[in-house]
Design a protein around this ligand. Structure first.
Ligand SMILES: [Fe+2]
Ligand SMILES: [Fe+2]
Length: 340
């Protein structure tokens, strides 16, 4: 039975979502941190109320001066992605069965949605302030990019379907975990231990969120393996779209692909990572061992089992050459040619 014209979600799927609400409620305390125990952006920023604030700020900027421009570009792109959080919360609340009907609903799904959003909100906040204080980036251009991105929106092709939605978020949280962690490693390598710590805190949140979405999907696989495996295969066939693909600084039509290229070049998020994530999800959801499915679902199972390896083989070696310029960095040149 079709619930809405724009959706293929069936009433039996909605029953599954409803039936795991209690399970979600029981796990919320371990999947989300208590506010009192959570880190906040100001824990990692100079205390502008402190007597020695000038000294703190000077130290902060000296440390940040060590970051290579290519790392800064990727950090800006990651921050812009995080700052489009209104788009993601709107999207999450559109998933059928997950909707926060009043805006302050006590239902477990609604509490998850608000809890997830409030934790994520710290990511863009912290990175935005970090970048502002470095004094090395064009904040107005970056703010314009965020403005455009939220204005342009994002369609992850999940059709308001919670099965597709939770496959998407499981993938995406793991991808952001990898990305933040790798930026942290590069920061440390450059001598900026403070940013390494910041990226580690953010990556820790992403890891916990990944665990949560994978857990929701694990439960769905238990209750409805035939449709769950179809949803997984469908998302993989349509490819996981990056949430910031419609970013625009008002000047550079290739901004997102240039940002992705730099991220790939410095090893922050690569085609190999994409393949690894597919393999990890296939393992976590024990796709090979799913039983009692047939027809299209069995075909989807076959398709998924070899998919990670196929992506790994296809991960063509991207050749990097030339230089790129970003308005975010006042058009300073980023060299893409490999370092010899
Ligand atoms: Fe995040
Ligand atoms: Fe996240």
């Amino acid at each position: 039975m079709k619930i809405q014209n724009d959706s293929t979600v069936t009433s039996s799927q909605l029953e599954v979502i409803k039936s795991i609400e209690g399970f979600v409620g029981e796990h919320l305390d371990s999947l989300l941190l208590k506010v009192e125990e959570s880190w906040q952006p100001s824990d990692f920023l100079p205390d502008t109320n402190g007597e020695n604030w000038i000294e703190q700020l000077t130290d902060f900027r000296t440390r940040a001066a060590a970051l290579p421009d290519e790392v800064l570009v990727v950090l800006v792109g990651d921050m812009v992605t995080e700052e489009a959080l209104p788009t993601y919360q709107t999207w999450l609340n559109r998933l059928q069965g997950i909707t926060d009907h009043t805006g302050a609903s006590p239902s477990p799904w609604a509490r998850w949605s608000r809890g997830w959003t409030s934790e994520e909100n710290r990511h863009g906040d912290l990175l935005n302030k970090y970048l502002y204080l470095t004094g090395r980036v064009d904040m107005r251009s970056i703010e314009t990019t965020i403005h455009h991105l939220i204005n342009n929106g994002f369609d992850p092709h999940t059709e308001n379907d919670p099965y597709l939605g939770f496959v998407y978020t499981s993938f995406q949280e793991r991808a952001t975990k990898i990305s933040h962690r790798n930026v942290g490693v590069l920061a440390k390598r450059a001598g900026e231990d403070h940013l390494h710590k910041i990226c580690g805190m953010i990556a820790g949140d992403e890891a916990r969120h990944e665990k949560a979405y994978k857990l929701f999907m694990t439960k769905i696989f238990e209750l409805d393996p035939a449709k769950a495996v179809l949803a997984f295969a469908k998302m993989m066939k349509s490819k996981i779209a990056m949430p910031a693909q419609l970013m625009d600084d008002g000047r550079d039509k290739k901004l997102f692909s240039k940002f992705s290229l730099v991220a790939q070049k410095i090893g922050v998020y690569t085609a190999e990572d994409y393949a690894e994530i597919i393999g990890a999800l296939v393992n976590d959801w024990k796709i090979e061992r799913l039983t009692g499915i047939s027809g299209a679902s069995a075909k989807a199972q076959d398709y998924l089992c070899g998919l990670s390896e196929r992506y790994l083989k296809l991960a063509e070696r991207v050749s990097f050459s030339g230089v790129e310029k970003f308005s975010w960095l006042y058009d300073r040149e980023i060299t893409l040619a490999p370092v010899v």
